[in-house]
Design a binder for this molecule. Structure first.
Ligand SMILES: Cc1ncc(COP(=O)(O)O)c(C=O)c1O
Length: 286
């Protein structure tokens, strides 16, 4: 299987080898998917948008009524990188917080001891502008609080598997005839000279990269509308790209909807090129 485990993880205040790190079968993260997570990128050891990622982590904790003290987390994040010998590499840090171990209840128990897990892993951040994705459009079957970065990822993985089975790279979700986002990325469409992306709210995760790219559009005088994009317009788009923390800004070269190719392109278009180059400049001069 693709991927590998980190050598060491930080679990509830201790650095442990992955083999030694254990959680209870009664952890609510395991029982109910009752937890949230965050992924923070590092370019050659320098964090990018760290405070925005921590702000979202705080927001998610508060939205699931989980009281957890995040003080000291910045130091820990850097410690994770150092211990994994990734202090000068392109890498990312994964953080997961669950409600912890309690007897199984349907309601949210009070005053639990949350489970905190963190580890660093190498990330391939270079050369994103030379890669591309082919994507499948698929029905958004997720819940109505997609703004919470929850570890309850079943609907996302089920959707993602639909494109994976076809040898494609990402599944783009739609609800009520409107595109929301990718199974693990945000999506932008360019029609004419206007960039479109779904507005923030419960239908999408407020992507940190999405927000940064919206800022880049403003900085470069590119008109952007935060509006849901209709499925029926897919055939009329000129450029498409997805964004995400390790995805960065990924060109989409093909979109497949109901077995038919509705969009195909080979070159990175003008707007995409401009945004990718601005993004690269910002992340490589930290
Ligand atoms: C559903 C979903 N949307 C969007 C994103 C992109 O968010 P970010 O740019 O913060 O990584 C992710 C990333 O995991 C995601 O899972």
């Amino acid at each position: 299987m693709k991927g590998s485990f980190p050598k060491e993880v930080y679990l509830n205040g201790e650095w442990l080898s992955s083999e030694a790190a254990k959680i209870s079968v009664f952890d609510r993260g395991f029982m109910h998917g009752d937890g949230i997570y965050e992924v923070i990128p590092f370019y050659k050891g320098k964090s990018f948008l760290l405070s925005e990622h921590l702000k979202r982590l705080k927001y998610c904790l508060s939205e699931i009524y989980l009281d957890f003290d995040l003080s000291g987390i910045e130091g820990l994040v850097y410690e994770a990188l150092q211990r994994a010998k990734l202090g000068k590499e392109d890498a990312a840090v994964y953080i997961q917080i669950t409600r912890g171990v309690t007897p199984r209840t349907h309601f949210i128990p009070q005053n639990t001891e949350p489970t905190f897990l963190m580890y660093a892993f190498p990330a391939q951040l270079g050369g994103f502008e030379n890669r591309s994705w082919k994507v499948l459009l698929y029905q958004d079957l997720r819940w109505q609080r997609c703004d919470i970065k929850t570890t309850s990822w079943l609907a996302n993985t089920m959707a993602n598997s639909k494109s994976h089975e076809l040898g494609l790279n990402e599944t783009i979700l739609y609800r009520d005839g409107l595109v929301t986002e990718g199974s693990h990325s945000s999506i932008f469409f360019i029609k004419g000279n206007i960039v479109y992306t779904h507005p923030e709210g419960p239908a999408i995760l407020s992507g940190i990269t999405r927000k940064f790219v919206i800022g880049l559009c403003k900085e470069h005088g590119i008109t952007l509308h935060e509006e849901p994009f209709p499925l029926e317009e897919l055939g009329n788009v000129h450029e498409v790209f997805c964004t995400g923390t390790t995805t960065q800004i990924m060109q989409v070269t093909e979109m497949i909807y109901k077995g038919k190719t509705v969009f195909k392109s080979s070159d990175n278009g003008e707007v995409l090129k401009k945004l990718q180059s601005a993004f690269k400049e910002k992340t490589r001069s930290l």
